[in-house]
Design a protein around this ligand. Structure first.
Ligand SMILES: Cc1cc2nc3c(=O)[nH]c(=O)nc-3n(C[C@H](O)[C@H](O)[C@H](O)COP(=O)(O)OP(=O)(O)OC[C@H]3O[C@@H](n4cnc5c(N)ncnc54)[C@H](O)[C@@H]3O)c2cc1C
Ligand code: FES
Length: 278
């Protein structure tokens, strides 16, 4: 069992942070990598990004939004409980180097994925400007950690309840218009990453995105996580999850993510009905 030693409810209560004892994974984990977790023997395999590590405690941190049956089951786990299985670190780490000016753009729970990458680029000696956004103030996460990991931080909300009223791309356009940018890293909901890549393409600025297709084994065997990048089929679990945002077929990814919507809804409704009866 992989014991939970710290748990925090974030945002509006739908976002949960778990710190999990997994010393071997903590030792090897690099920014951009993820784990696959199972809550119990019959549980579904769920991929979540490693948002931080503590080498002294031998722990990894994951931050997830409750969106369906499995994440709702994860939410029931308290400090002292544990996940039956945690596999990782999986995926290719982010290629971090000194480039000059790096802009890190995060949306929603994508900020949890972006944080270790932002910190890595800052540590490598880059000037890092970060932009984080959420639908509303109560869904904003990791603002303090992102501020500490960046030279400059901009915050935005769709509804204007905090920071700039509007999208992260509004601020990104201003930054690209007014200075030299060597790399943009955009991580968040698929439509957000698509728009970030569209904006940066106009300025010919290299852009990394982190893709989240449905995954099963996470080791390149099932083919479930296939994505089209530059017209070539890639497996996000072993070839990614990061890819060149200017080459990704985002519409194809969105279509595949919706592929099991009816079944996911049914599974969640059945689970909620059983849970509420107890
Ligand atoms: C590499 C990677 C890293 C991720 N990191 C994070 C993270 O740090 N924080 C976070 O909140 N979410 C992250 N996700 C998304 C997370 O895995 C899904 O939200 C979760 O699987 C939903 O499961 P569910 O049963 O609760 O919901 P469901 O009702 O089953 O599904 C809701 C939606 O989640 C997605 N999904 C469902 N099953 C899977 C699966 N096996 N693999 C991937 N996506 C699935 C689909 O888009 C689906 O429509 C990541 C996904 C990937 C691929
Ligand atoms: S999850 Fe099976 S090949 Fe990537």
């Amino acid at each position: 069992m992989f014991k939970i030693v710290n748990r925090e409810v974030m945002g509006d209560g739908t976002i949960i942070m778990n710190e999990i004892v997994a010393p071997k994974i903590a030792q090897k984990a690099r920014p951009g990598q993820f784990v696959i977790l199972k809550a119990n023997e019959t549980g579904e395999r769920i991929p979540l990004t490693i948002s931080d590590i503590d080498l002294e405690q031998g722990t990894i941190q994951v931050i997830y939004m409750v969106v369906g049956k499995s994440t709702d089951i994860f939410k029931t786990l308290k400090v002292g409980d544990g996940f039956q299985d945690v596999i990782g670190p999986l995926g290719k780490p982010t290629h971090i180097e000194k480039l000059g000016n790096v802009v890190c753009v995060g949306g929603g729970t994508g900020v949890a994925v972006l944080f270790p990458i932002t910190r890595g680029f800052k540590k490598a000696g880059n000037k890092v400007i970060s932009i984080i956004g959420s639908r509303s103030k109560n869904l904003m996460i990791l603002e303090d950690k992102m501020r500490a990991a960046s030279d400059e931080l901009h915050v935005c909300t769709d509804d204007g309840s905090y920071g700039h009223k509007g999208f992260v791309t509004d601020i990104l356009k201003d930054i690209l218009e007014n200075g030299k940018v060597d790399l943009v890293v955009g991580i968040g909901p698929v439509p957000m990453m698509k728009f970030v890549a569209e904006v940066t393409k106009k300025y010919s600025v290299k852009t990394l995105v982190s893709l989240n297709p449905i995954m099963i084994d996470g080791t390149g065997m099932c083919g479930c996580c296939r994505v089209s990048v530059g017209g070539k089929t890639e497996f996000a679990c072993v070839d990614g999850p990061e890819f060149d945002g200017h080459q990704v077929d985002f519409d194809g990814l969105m279509k595949r993510l919706r592929g099991y919507e009816a079944e996911e809804k049914e599974a969640y409704n059945d689970y909620c009905a059983c849970r509420d009866k107890k």
